[in-house]
Design a protein around this ligand. Structure first.
Ligand code: ATP
Length: 285
């Protein structure tokens, strides 16, 4: 975090799903899940700055980013201020680099960074656990984004437990040129006749070594998203044809390319980058 007079900023890291198991539909409409979540070094930049009035104003010049209450950063600032009993206004600035509606939890990461920064700017000194309880009210991925690293997420995704770090992996990310609505994908999952019960998260946690780690990546929603958006399935097949393993992250449409051979990954990156401007090589952190 970087401090000037009344200005604080920090990176807001994207996440990938190493695993995503859907355990079932709950009576409140959410799904019980188990996911191994992992931060990656692809990030937005979030900045907060004191204002003289009591307004909460978001600035961003990226097309497709809502600047009003629909933005999770604005909601995070309003909620924290209300719960903390404050009245201060704040300018929020978002430098967007994480693809939007991509399965990379960009909005949740921005909200988490906003909470961390305002906790400091307003000298609240809330512990992480309290910020995470508040974050869960903004979105299921916000508590993970507040903590970061490698974690098992359960419940509707908001219960976070740190697990053995998977930092240091290199992953190719390819985002097709459309967004996906998470509720739409979960509805599609509910309609599946034969629901998978793979317990991929458990198997990953019980692994004896890092050998064959990429084979343990799994996403229960992949079949649904690929069914609705064939380009996702095609991407996964093309990655396999290039010597890697393709697995979707979140509810998609971003596909991760997992390669044990870095030259093969570079070739895949160059090829995909010509067709998909939102192609990245990221490191897990
Ligand atoms: P998840 O992986 O949690 O499903 P995502 O990466 O698919 O998240 P986001 O990029 O967080 O999706 O954004 C989904 C929608 O939320 C966007 O279409 C946008 O309208 C809205 N949104 C709210 N806050 C933000 C934000 N800070 N940045 C980008 N989009 C935001």
């Amino acid at each position: 975090m970087h401090v000037e007079t009344g200005v604080l900023e920090m990176p807001a890291y994207a996440k990938i799903n190493i695993t995503l198991d859907v355990l079932g539909l709950r009576s409140d409409g959410y799904h019980d899940v188990e996911m191994i979540m992992q931060s990656v070094d692809l990030h937005d930049i979030v900045r907060v700055q004191r204002r003289k009035d009591d307004a909460i104003v978001l600035h961003s010049d990226t097309p497709g980013v809502p600047l009003d209450e629909r933005n999770l950063m604005v909601r995070a600032a309003s909620l924290l201020r209300r719960e903390a009993g404050g009245e201060s206004g704040v300018d929020l600035t978002l430098g967007k680099r994480i693809p939007i509606a991509a399965g990379l939890a960009g909005g949740s990461a921005d909200a988490a960074a906003t909470l961390h920064l305002l906790n400091r700017l307003w000298s609240l000194e809330w512990p992480l656990s309290r910020l995470m309880d508040l974050g869960a009210r903004l979105g299921s991925d916000v508590p993970f984004c507040l903590q970061g690293g490698t974690a098992l997420a359960s419940g509707r995704g908001e219960r976070i437990e740190a697990v053995q770090s998977l930092a240091g992996l290199t992953v190719l990310l390819v985002k097709p040129p459309f967004g996906v609505s998470t509720p739409e994908i979960y509805k599609g999952f509910d309609r599946l006749e034969n629901k998978p019960l793979r317990q991929a998260s458990r198997r990953l946690l019980e692994r004896q070594s890092q050998d064959g780690l990429f084979a343990l990546f799994h996403n229960d929603l992949q079949e649904v998203t690929a069914g609705l958006y064939p380009e996702v399935g095609e991407l996964i097949e093309r990655i396999a044809g290039m010597g890697g393993r393709g697995v979707m992250t979140g509810s998609g449409p971003t596909v991760m390319g997992l390669f044990t051979d870095s030259a093969e990954m570079q070739r895949a990156r160059e090829l995909f980058a010509r067709q998909y401007p939102e192609t990245y090589v990221v490191r897990t952190i």
